[in-house]
Structure formats: structure tokens, C-alpha cells
Ligand binder design. Structure first.
Ligand code: ADP
Ligand code: ZN
Length: 218
């Protein structure tokens, strides 16, 4: 990969974005910047940002554009992201965020926006089985036989269902995705940087498709 890979990964909730982004960030040795993880950390730490975001997140809403843009601008300015690039996961989620990102990255524009495509019917099943480590954010899929909470293989933390993976919040998030985030596909297409990757199948196969798509951009 070209040094300074700057990638945006789009895709519905439950498309497996988080897991694939972690793998991509290891593969290309660039930071994985997940706005969801950053917000959950802020909630745990009880920071001002966390206090502002918690209620919106639990209801499956979107945190305000101005707040999110500030968070991302600050993160992208850090030396690791500035010099090596990044895998941006969960941002932008609205056209206003995408426009702000264009301005923030005007000196070093993103190389590609990849839409990890998984149909709504499929993500619905995955989201109800999704569990996450509250300490390190590793995602798991529950089979139903596990104790609750169970212990994370990576860090030993508690693995539980996310507060926003209730059926109501999931519906709301998926609706908001169609309304607010889907238009980004057109936005990035018009800029000539959108690539669609089929996200259905074994995670290893999906990962290979992602790498192939990214490599073919070089
Ligand atoms: P998911 O993709 O499953 O919704 P994330 O972990 O990406 O989960 O985000 C969790 C929540 O954090 C979102 O439902 C939303 O409330 C908030 N959030 C994360 N990123 C953004 C963003 N770019 N703009 C607005 N809200 C965001
Ligand atoms: Zn963990």
C-alpha cells in the first residue's frame, strides 16, 4: 500500500465494518479511527463528550455533526494519522460530515471510500447476536449458550450486548443509515472515490475482497 493510506469504510450497522477495519489497520499498519469506539470510551470515562453523547447513542440517534466533526478533526491531526494515514470507521455519516471531512483533508485527501455492502435483512440477524467487549471493543457473535457477561478473549473484560443493540434502537439506526448515510455513496461516487465491496460471506473472504479492492486502486 502507498504510504499514507487514507481510507473511509462505509456500510450498514452490523455489516462487519468494525472487525474488518481492525484487520485492515493491522494489515496496512495505520490507525483504526472508529467514532463509535471513541464515543463509547468517552461515555465510560464520563467526559463532557460522553455525557453529551450517551442518551443519543442509547436511543440509536446520531450525535450532532459539529461535535463529531470536532472529534475527528482533532484525531486526524495527531501525528500517527497525519503521517501514516488511517482507516476511518463510522465517519462520515452525513453529507455535512463528508463536506467537513473534505475541508479537513484538503492537503491530504482520502484515497478511497469503500462501501461494505450487506443487505438490511442480513444485518438485522447479525445485530441481535452481536456482543462487544466493554473494555477493548472486540466484537463477538453470540450463539446463545454463553454466560452473560462472558470474558473477552483479548483482554479478559466483560463481553455484553450494546445498549443500542435493542430492537428499537437497531431499527432507528438502520433507518437513519438509509436516510442520512446512504446518500454518501452518491457523494463519493461523484468524487470518483467510491468502491463497493460485497460484505456477505465468511469474514476471511470479505477481508480478501477488501484487500483486492484497495490494491486495485493503486
Ligand atoms: P453502529 O455502526 O453499529 O451504529 P458505531 O459504533 O459506529 O455503531 O456508533 C455508535 C453510535 O455512536 C451511533 O449510533 C451514533 O449514535 C454515534 N456515532 C458514531 N459515529 C457517529 C457519527 N459520525 N455521527 C453521528 N453519530 C455517530
Ligand atoms: Zn476485551
Amino acid at each position: 500500500m502507498i504510504p499514507g493510506a487514507r481510507l473511509i469504510i462505509l456500510g450498514r450497522q452490523g455489516a462487519g465494518k468494525g472487525t474488518q477495519c481492525v484487520r485492515l489497520s493491522r494489515h496496512y499498519v495505520v490507525p483504526h479511527i472508529s467514532t463509535g469506539d471513541m464515543l463509547r470510551a468517552a461515555v465510560r470515562e464520563g467526559t463532557e463528550l460522553g455525557l453529551q453523547a450517551k442518551k443519543v447513542m442509547d436511543e440509536g440517534g446520531l450525535v450532532g455533526d459539529d461535535i463529531m466533526i470536532g472529534v475527528v478533526e482533532e484525531r486526524l491531526a495527531k501525528p500517527d494519522a497525519d503521517s501514516r494515514g488511517y482507516i476511518l470507521d463510522g465517519f462520515p455519516r452525513t453529507v455535512a460530515q463528508a463536506q467537513a471531512l473534505d475541508e479537513i483533508t484538503v492537503a491530504k485527501p482520502v484515497n478511497a471510500a469503500i462501501d461494505l455492502d450487506v443487505p438490511r435483512e442480513i444485518v438485522l440477524d447479525r445485530l441481535s447476536a452481536r456482543r462487544v467487549c466493554r473494555d477493548c471493543g472486540t466484537n463477538y457473535t453470540a450463539t446463545g449458550d454463553e454466560p452473560s457477561p462472558w470474558n473477552c478473549d483479548v483482554c479478559g473484560g466483560d463481553v455484553e450486548q450494546r445498549a443500542d443493540d435493542t430492537p428499537e434502537a437497531v431499527d432507528r439506526r438502520l433507518d437513519l443509515y438509509e436516510e442520512q448515510t446512504s446518500p454518501l455513496k452518491e457523494y463519493f461516487t461523484s468524487r470518483g472515490v467510491l468502491t463497493v465491496v460485497n460484505g456477505v460471506g465468511h469474514p476471511d473472504h470479505v477481508f480478501k475482497r477488501l484487500i483486492d479492492a484497495i490494491e486495485s486502486l493503486r
